[in-house]
Design a protein. Structure first.
Length: 73
C-alpha cells in the first residue's frame, strides 16, 4: 500500500473479499457457493484527509495503490 502524494494520512480497515471463480447470471441462491473461488483478506486504504474536498466517500477509497489484496487462499 502506498500513501498518495496528495495525503499526509492514510487510514485503513481490514475487510474480506469474495473472489468469483466462474461466470454466472441469475444464479439460484442454493447454487451461489459453487461460484466462489476464495475469500482473501483485503486491506482497504482511505485517504481520510482528502474527505474535506468532497462529499463522496468513493473518491477517498479509490486512490491508486491504496488497497492490498492478500491471495493466501
Amino acid at each position: 500500500m502506498t500513501i498518495p502524494c496528495e495525503s499526509n494520512k492514510l487510514d485503513y480497515e481490514v475487510e474480506i473479499a469474495v473472489v468469483i471463480g466462474k461466470n454466472g447470471r441469475r444464479t439460484p441462491e442454493e447454487k451461489a457457493f459453487e461460484y466462489i473461488a476464495g475469500y482473501p483478506n483485503y486491506n482497504n486504504g482511505w485517504v481520510r484527509d482528502w474527505q474535506q474536498h468532497t462529499f463522496q466517500w468513493g473518491s477517498v477509497k479509490n486512490f491508486e495503490r491504496t488497497g492490498a489484496l492478500g491471495l493466501g487462499w
